[in-house]
Design a protein around this ligand. Structure first.
Ligand code: EPZ
Length: 418
């Protein structure tokens, strides 16, 4: 397994090009199943999770060509196989996003239950309840979900929580259903809006994306299109924190500030200078960092995917910060690793109290989930000495060439092949 080695010290100065959003690319690639012809996607991030989704589309009988610009020919003909197997789904929960499109287009699908992951159990009951409301027959069998419905029909669905992929799955299913579907308590993430934009370009009739009530009037068929993926707000936020803690000056090229309000507000509250420029978002660290109080929330609240990175920043702030994780039940696995580097963090259930500033020292640390790994890399940038982040396959799932991008702004960082 590869590891990433970081030498601490030094400021990050320069500009980093932000890639396409992982969490927009994944539902959008799944939506390529809906039309009968090939769609073209631009600004696709080169990530392990995107490669896994491409592999899944091929397994279903589709063809996927290209990298940053991807042409996807949906599953068709003799190769059609309406099953998402366990060995793929267990590596990436977002594989479940093919469920809605497959049932909507082909009338049935068999998808492995994703099972839990490091950050929580992450069930898909909301996805299934919504499909059932639209007339699908659901059968659980040996860890797989069999979903069948000749033609889905529109329904009003009230989600128990604003699940992002749950909402996306149901939007895609509703696009080809008969009649109107209303999704209440819908997820409001920018990635949901990007999916709605894609679906409407295909000829769907989606209204209200970005708000808590999304209305979809089903149509009989959708057309293949060309679409450019939005910038990754979480990648941009991750590098913004790195610039802040190294007292650097970094332009996040292509970052879309309008998707980052909550995290940019917290950066400014910590005393970081954030300016929106033509080319993107510029982040300048400088004086002492002030403590932050954060509660993760569904969008437009503070994103859970930025919690670990801001906790690392809080270790450098002068005073006491409090961070509450309300989305996932086990998303503090970066805490013991940061503590090994010298951080002063106390947790009680879903609340963490961080006292700073603390001088961090480099150490071998273990990555556990995608965003925890990112917070450890950032910690390595400010720790004295060498930090080795092991199991970087977690990082590769969601960050394109992170060590190259950081080296480009002065970080002393390299990947050591296993
Ligand atoms: C999406 O995951 C993102 N992934 C996650 O990003 C992100 O952390 C999460 O939304 C929350 O913002 C993608 O978009 C591919 P949820 P998702 O369904 O959709 C519970 C990253 O780092 N829930 O919004 O899987 C669930 O257990 C990843 O890029 C149910 O109970 O998350 C969780 O507690 C990590 N039943 C909460 O809702 C369901 O049917 C939010 O989960 C669905 C979800």
């Amino acid at each position: 397994m590869d590891k990433i080695v970081v030498e601490g010290g030094g400021r990050l100065v320069g500009s980093i090009s932000i890639s396409g959003a992982k969490n927009a690319a994944l539902p959008i690639l799944a939506a390529s199943i809906l039309p009968s012809g090939p769609s073209t996607f631009k600004n696709v991030p080169q990530l392990q999770d995107v490669a896994t989704m491409a592999k899944l589309l091929r397994r279903l009988g589709g063809e996927v060509d290209g990298k940053k610009t991807m042409v996807v020919h949906p599953p068709h003909g003799r190769k059609l196989k309406l099953e998402a197997p366990y060995e793929l789904v267990k590596t990436m929960r977002a594989s479940v996003l093919v469920l809605g499109p497959l049932v909507a287009r082909f009338g049935k699908a068999r998808v492995s239950q994703p099972g839990g992951c490091a950050i929580g159990t992450r069930p898909i009951d909301q996805h299934l309840r919504g499909l059932e409301a639209m007339g699908a027959k659901i059968h659980l069998d040996h860890g797989y979900v069999d979903v069948e419905c000749k033609r889905l029909r529109g329904a009003t669905i009230v989600l128990d929580m604003p699940t992002v992929t749950g909402c996306e799955n149901l939007m895609m299913a509703a696009a080809l259903a008969k009649g109107r579907t209303v999704i209440e308590n819908a997820a409001r993430e920018p990635e949901v809006e990007d999916l709605a934009l894609l679906l409407n370009k295909m000829g769907a009739r989606v209204q209200g994306a970005g708000t808590a009530i999304i209305t979809i009037d089903g149509v009989d068929e959708l057309q293949p299109v060309e679409h450019t993926i939005i910038a990754d707000r979480i990648e941009a936020g991750t590098f913004a924190v790195a610039a802040a803690v190294t007292r650097g000056d970094v332009l996040l090229e292509g970052a879309q500030a309008e998707h980052m309000d909550a995290m940019l507000a917290k950066l400014r509250g910590a005393g970081v200078t954030v300016t929106v420029e033509r080319g993107g978002v510029r982040v300048r660290g400088g004086g002492d960092l002030r403590p932050v109080d954060i509660t993760t929330q569904p969008h437009p609240g503070f994103p859970t995917d930025m919690q670990a990175q801001f906790m690392m920043m809080a270790t450098q702030a002068r005073g006491e910060s409090m961070i509450k994780e309300t989305i996932f039940e086990n998303r503090f696995m970066h805490v013991p690793e940061l503590a090994r580097m010298g951080a002063d963090i106390h947790t009680d259930g879903r609340v963490a109290v961080i006292r700073g500033p603390r001088k961090l020292t480099g150490a071998p640390v273990m990555a556990t989930d995608l965003r925890a790994s990112a917070s450890l890399v950032i910690a390595g940038l400010v720790a004295s000495g060498k930090t080795e982040v092991l199991r970087v396959y977690h990082l590769d799932r969601g960050y394109e060439a992170i060590e190259k991008k950081l080296r480009g702004v002065g970080a002393k960082i390299k990947r050591v092949k296993a």
